[in-house]
Design a protein around this ligand. Structure first.
Ligand SMILES: Nc1nc2c(c(=O)[nH]1)N[C@H]1C(S)=C(S)[C@@H](COP(=O)(O)OP(=O)(O)OC[C@H]3O[C@@H](n4cnc5c(=O)[nH]c(N)nc54)[C@H](O)[C@@H]3O)O[C@H]1N2
Ligand SMILES: Nc1nc2c(c(=O)[nH]1)N[C@H]1C(S)=C(S)[C@@H](COP(=O)(O)OP(=O)(O)OC[C@H]3O[C@@H](n4cnc5c(=O)[nH]c(N)nc54)[C@H](O)[C@@H]3O)O[C@H]1N2
Ligand SMILES: [Mo]
Length: 842
């Protein structure tokens, strides 16, 4: 540090002597030296250095900022298990893919809503001013509302926008748009689309977004933990709010207990996960998408060997007798669901299934189910069946027993402090007046679309689909706005999207990173990163551990603005700026939200410092709450504490679901073959490898893929890795480090082979979130970096929840020969003038 200070001082002295010499000083040098003479302290690094605190989905951190530049990031001292993802922060801020100024797609700029939409994705954009960009959006919205109506506008936002309660960008976009007029929204999410719809019928709540039994109790009471399709070590790195990573302390203890033989952990997964490796757990390889069969085999054993808890079934559940005939093979298919039957499908030996059933019944067993097995065709079925197995075991509501669908997420299982957490900037229409365009006439179309069906709506306008007992008529919207969601990462099947997007007149994207969603938009607005604005966030999504200040680390780079400022500027076009901001600026909002929380907590005995003190110190921490057992209250008194199901009991058979008459989700779980399935299933003769797109170890979805150094640390041959078993690699003449082509009928991509012993034959993985980098805008062109959604299938899980089925996907892989195109995704747009000539700009 002192060396640098010396150096700049020396520089200053040299300049001064040049001036003194009086001769031949270049004008530029002269100007600079004068500057230095005026204010020598401006270059004093010590006065320009500051440590500030901020938060992210992947944890709180302190940042060293020197002269408005982030130079170092250190985990917050409370975080004992910080993640490596933190290292991506500088690379996110200083990425070559930053959106620098407002941009409009060339042909859209020339022809507006009549543009040639097949050019969308050619990445040619014209730079415009903020005013022009916002005017263009405003005019487009006017056209939509006056010529069509609210059915023609789609607002997409339920994505992993940055943390921060004031700037939550989806809220800002929705609030501003709602002042103008109504639109078509979405239902559900990509994470748990099937789980969150089915589970309220079975256990009375979504279960996926619920606090779970405390780890303290699990470590004390459980004999066996079955981790089913879940990778806690990998997935607990991030949380919906600023993550504390406290769950890792418990995983550390669990590891010891496994080593001491006190707790048995059994992982059931087609891949040997990071969790299985870390805990040194027992591992059962299961064929992908066949968990339901294994669960049936377990249920069959419990019934056949009389190991199931009849009293529990009688007291707490309904419908076992409607389900049993299916298990016994007395219904339509006439197939008894024996462990042998299950073994044939799942690849798990029949005796192993029997042993597992006995182990589960004879020990206090905690089931932990992940989310990937509902992110596949018929994803509702294993979720429902797992609850039936848990009910037959009769341990639901007991300490260390029963079932959880959330322990891999956001530190569920770390008990909650009980304190209130800061609220968010309001997205509601609380401004007392109606929108400029009041029409709610959707012309018979539904005013929402199950989120992953938004592409179908463009390709099959007006199609009626089933959804959770209702009929949804898909609105063929003409304009779409995305903020805080990377649509061209999260949605399945890129080439289908390319086709569908041609039917869109206008697409707006608001982001700080030039993602494929920006590339395939018409108007792009540069948001600043969360590190370029002030905010505050909840510390610990479910633990309510405290509150984190998010100090602005540096000024917004280039011409970017905070989402608050972007939509505030927009609201001026409606003359409603004051209503939009409620007359508060950024810091006033932060203080208001903090003080509202302060006032809520005070009577509860949770005392918080004054706002000023909080802001200076950077955080508030609350003590850990009391350990807690999920469903214990229901077990204690099922009448008083009835579940939220139609009957109040656990529904093994659901009359309500049966009454919908769906072929692909009946009154109880059943085995259904998938559209494509490896290990001998449909289409496996042509595409023998199952591609799963698990959540990335080194990123949060697509966030951080643009951070060059971080990406280079895991990329192979300059591409996203594809994990492949040694057997499959050898068969194809592929070596670790090779560039490969992964393909199926839906698409093709380049990836780098990671030959890896954790993967069995027939199973490959590309982490979701790899940036889509098409060679060009044409349908079918190769993805040069490796987004798995170039290959995945875009079908709903079932008529019940219409959720994404990303994990139902087969591919083939070959070694790539020839000259490989460079990745196209990470360099921002090609900025052109109106004639299409490339321009060079800062
Ligand atoms: N194949 C496959 N696909 C999947 C999945 C899978 O398992 N397999 N998983 C699915 C799941 S579970 C999920 S949750 C989704 C995730 O999908 P997304 O939520 O779309 O994923 P992110 O990459 O987090 O996208 C967030 C975007 O918001 C931007 N952003 C961040 N902060 C701000 C901000 O302050 N302002 C603005 N304007 N923008 C901001 C980021 O730069 C990024 O582009 O993906 C789904 N897609
Ligand atoms: N580091 C990191 N953590 C994250 C995220 C991230 O992007 N990065 N995203 C967060 C979000 S939004 C979400 S939704 C959650 C996702 O949480 P999950 O959906 O649970 O996570 P995945 O990583 O997709 O898969 C977890 C495990 O399921 C296994 N699996 C896949 N298919 C099957 C199957 O058919 N049967 C069985 N038995 N196992 C299967 C995979 O091999 C993997 O080990 O993660 C959260 N945590
Ligand atoms: Mo998710």
């Amino acid at each position: 540090m002192s060396y640098q200070t010396d150096r700049s001082r020396r520089g200053f002295l040299k300049m001064a002597s040049l001036i003194a010499g009086g001769s031949l000083v270049a004008p530029a040098l002269m100007a600079e030296s004068l500057l230095h003479t005026k204010a020598p302290t401006d270059v004093d690094i010590e006065t320009l250095t500051e440590w500030r605190i901020s938060g992210a989905h992947w944890g709180a951190f302190r940042a060293k900022v020197v002269a408005n530049r982030l130079v170092e990031v250190e985990p917050f001292e409370f975080d004992r298990y910080p993640t490596r993802i933190l290292d991506a922060v500088p690379g996110i801020i200083y990425s070559p893919a930053r959106v620098r100024y407002p941009l409009v797609r060339l042909d859209w700029y020339k022809h507006r809503h009549n543009s040639d939409t097949s050019q969308r994705g050619d990445n040619r954009f014209i730079r415009v001013s903020w005013d022009e960009a916002l005017d263009l959006i405003y005019e487009s919205l006017e056209r939509i509302q006056t010529q069509f109506g609210p059915w023609a506008l789609h607002t997409g936002n339920v994505g992993w926008r940055s943390v921060g309660q004031v700037h939550s960008c989806g809220n800002h976009m929705l609030r501003a748009i709602a002042m103008h007029g109504n639109s078509v929204g979405t239902a559900g999410d990509y994470s748990t689309g099937a789980g969150q719809v089915i589970m309220p019928y079975i256990l009375g709540s979504t279960e996926v977004y619920s606090q779970g039994t405390s780890w303290d109790i699990i470590l004390e009471e459980s004999d066996v933990i079955v981790i089913w399709g879940s990778d806690l070590v990998k997935n607990l790195q991030v949380g919906w709010n600023t993550e504390t990573h406290e769950a890792y302390g418990y995983l550390e203890q669990l590891k010891e207990k496994v080593a001491d033989g006190e707790i048995r952990v059994i992982c059931i997964d087609p891949v040997k996960s990071m969790t299985a490796n870390y805990l040194n757990a027992e591992h059962l390889y299961v064929n992908p998408m066949t968990d339901l069969a294994v669960m049936m085999g377990i249920a069959h054993t419990l019934w056949k060997e009389d190991l199931y808890d009849k009293e529990f079934l009688e007291t707490y559940t309904l419908g076992f007798n409607e389900f049993l005939p299916y298990l016994k093979g007395e219904t339509e298919d006439m197939v008894e669901k024996t462990p042998e039957w299950a073994a044939e499908i799942s690849g798990v030996p029949a005796n192993t299934i029997r042993e597992l059933a006995r182990t589960m019944a004879q020990n206090r067993t905690q089931l932990m189910i992940g989310w990937a097995l509902q992110r596949q065709q018929h994803g509702e079925q294993p979720y429902w069946m797992a609850a039936i197995v848990a009910a037959m075991l009769g341990q639901i509501g007991l300490p260390g027993g029963g079932i959880s669908y959330s322990h891999h997420y956001s530190s569920v299982g770390v008990s909650s402090s009980g304190a209130s957490m800061p609220g968010a900037f309001p997205l509601n229409l609380d401004f007392g007046r109606e929108p400029k365009y009041k029409s709610t006439d959707y012309k018979g179309y539904s005013n929402f679309i199950p989120v992953s069906r938004v592409v179908d709506a463009l390709l099959e306008p007006g199609k009626e689909i089933n959804y959770n007992g209702n009929k949804i008529k898909l609105a063929p919207y003409k304009m779409a706005i995305f903020s805080g969601a990377n649509q061209w990462h999260r949605q399945q099947d890129r080439n289908k999207m390319k086709r569908a997007y041609r039917n869109l007149e206008t697409v707006v994207a608001v982001d700080y990173a030039w993602t494929a969603t920006c590339r395939f938009a018409d108007i792009v607005l540069p948001a600043c990163t969360p590190y370029e604005r002030n905010d505050l966030d909840v510390y610990g999504t479910y633990s309510n551990r405290g509150i984190i200040a998010m100090h602005k680390l540096i000024d917004p780079l280039y011409y970017s603005k905070s989402d608050f400022d972007i939509w505030r500027e927009f609201s001026k076009r409606l003359n409603r700026e004051k209503e939009y901001t409620q007359n508060r600026n950024e810091m006033q909002w932060i203080e208001k939200i903090y003080m509202d929380c302060y006032n809520e907590n005070y009577p509860k005995g949770f005392y918080m410092p004054s706002f000023r003190e909080f802001w200076e110190r950077g955080y508030v921490l609350f003590p850990e709450g009391k350990p807690w057992v999920r469903h214990a209250d229901f077990r204690e008194d099922p009448e008083v504490n009835a579940l939220g199901t139609p009957s109040g009991f656990i529904e093994i058979y659901s009359r309500t679901i049966a009454s919908y008459g769906y072929e692909d989700c009946k009154g109880h779980p059943i085995w259904m073959e998938k559209a494509e399935r490896s290990h001998g299933g449909p289409k496996s003769d042509r595409y023998p490898l199952w591609l799963q797109s698990a959540h990335p170890d080194n990123r949060l979805h697509s966030q951080g893929c643009e951070a060059t150094k971080m990406r280079e640390s895991y990329a192979i041959a300059g591409r996203e890795p594809v994990f492949i078993s040694p057997i499959d690699a050898e068969k194809r003449g592929i070596k670790h480090g090779d560039l490969v082509r992964v393909f199926n009928d839906r698409g093709q991509l380049l990836a780098g082979a990671n030959v890896n012993n954790n993967f069995p034959e027939g199973v490959v993985r590309i982490f979701e979130g790899a940036w889509y980098s098409p060679l060009d805008e044409t349908i079918g062109s190769i993805d040069t970096y490796g987004d798995p959604n170039t290959l995945t299938m875009d079908v709903g899980t079932s008529s019940l929840s219409q959720a994404p089925s990303a994990n139902t996907c087969l591919v083939e892989i070959e070694k790539f020969v020839g000259v490989a195109p460079a990745p196209t995704g990470f360099h921002g747009p090609t900025v052109v003038d109106i004639d299409g000539n490339e321009t060079v700009e800062v």
